[in-house]
Design a protein around this ligand. Structure first.
Ligand SMILES: Cc1cc2nc3c(=O)[nH]c(=O)nc-3n(C[C@H](O)[C@H](O)[C@H](O)COP(=O)(O)OP(=O)(O)OC[C@H]3O[C@@H](n4cnc5c(N)ncnc54)[C@H](O)[C@@H]3O)c2cc1C
Length: 325
């Protein structure tokens, strides 16, 4: 008989695990958000669109390269040939790295395609897990319960996994060793076109770490200029709970100096806080798997962060279960 598997989290790792398992088991996904994709996400404000989580992705592992190639053929991913620089002192140097890809026409387009055909409940925040002799029950924030799961894959950021998983989960120590950093995402929309001389800029500023012209990505609205600014990890951790207006003013001041224009005069300005953004300490294991207990934890944090890490971790979680299905 096919096993019943619940996957908590419909980000890249949860969606990947679900696809790999869908013909081997009954798979149900649950996510607290209104849409799929987790941190691979997009915000809209009239003509302005911002990929306020993942900016782009690279593909170094051959398994992920194949998936990216397929997504390019399907027209849901495209290379981003933006002018990439980093700021060294006052000089700008070319940021040479692996090829960069973006989902098109926006970052959450790819997870939406991945979600097709899967059984997903949105707006379903899991607040507690309980187990009888053999099976797991999911308890939801709204008081609902779903029972009868042989196995649970917890595909959420490490801190949220610690809150849900029991203390006797064998991966708990590894989970607690993970360090995820906060990040503020400042979204700036100009109704006029601006050319800063770069499309992405890494900076070694106390406040900001990354600026990107979102509208330079493939298939974005080119009639406006949208600028995405991310704060630096250390600064973000230190000020995660600070007054948002103060945070925004600091980021705008720093970005204005870098861009050479007054960012605070832009017609659209909005700030989002990510409590769990990049990963600065990781167990470097594909997934944390406890077969006897019926639990697996996966996510980008398993493999050092990033979209590719999330994909490979979701795959590792599914691989660990497939032999048991
Ligand atoms: C600001 C920022 C910039 C980034 N830049 C890049 C980049 O340039 N390149 C790159 O490769 N990566 C980047 N990343 C990282 C990339 O977005 C992640 O590595 C990847 O999207 C993580 O996927 P995931 O499935 O592991 O987790 P997530 O995407 O976080 O998915 C977890 C899901 O679990 C859900 N969830 C959590 N708790 C519960 C619960 N209790 N009940 C139900 N659902 C729950 C969440 O709603 C979420 O949808 C960036 C991330 C951020 C935030």
């Amino acid at each position: 008989m096919m096993k019943n598997i619940a996957i908590i989290g419909a980000g890249v790792s949860g969606l990947t695990a679900a696809h790999a398992l869908k013909y081997k088991a009954h798979v149900k996904l649950f996510d607290k958000s209104r849409g799929v994709g987790g941190r691979m996400s997009t915000r809209y404000a009239g003509a302005y669109e911002f990929d306020h989580g993942a900016q782009f992705f690279t593909a170094r592992d051959s398994r992920f390269q194949k998936v990216v190639e397929l997504a390019i053929d399907q027209g849901v991913v495209a290379p981003w040939h933006g002018r990439a620089f980093y700021k060294k002192g006052t000089a700008l140097e070319v940021d040479i790295g692996s090829d960069r890809f973006a989902a098109v026409p926006r970052m959450n387009s790819w997870p939406k395609v991945m979600a097709k055909g899967l059984d997903i409940s949105l707006g379903a925040r899991v607040s507690k897990l309980t187990r009888d002799d053999k099976q797991w029950e999911l308890h939801f924030e709204d008081g609902g319960i779903q029972a009868g799961f042989d196995h649970i894959i917890c595909a959420v950021p490490s801190v949220q996994a610690i809150e849900l998983l029991p203390d006797n989960f064998s991966g708990m120590e590894a989970l607690k060793s993970v360090q995820m950093d906060a990040c503020f995402a400042l979204m700036i929309g100009f109704d006029q076109l601006h050319d800063f001389g770069w499309d992405s800029l890494r900076v070694n500023d106390d406040v900001n770490a990354w600026l990107a012209v979102n509208s330079s990505k493939p298939e974005r609205n080119k009639d406006v200029t949208t600028l995405m600014i991310h704060s630096a990890p250390q600064w973000s951790n230190l000020h995660a709970d600070a007054d948002r207006e103060w945070v925004q003013a600091q980021m705008e001041r720093s970005a204005s100096e870098i861009c050479g224009i007054d960012i605070s005069a832009a017609p659209h300005r909005a700030l989002h806080r990510w409590l769990y953004s990049s990963v600065s300490a990781s167990p470097q294991k594909g997934a944390l798997h406890a077969q006897a207990l019926g639990l697996t934890a996966c996510g980008d944090w398993c493999l050092g962060g990033r979209v590719e890490g999330a994909y490979l971790s979701g795959l590792a979680a599914a691989d660990a279960l497939i032999s048991q299905c």
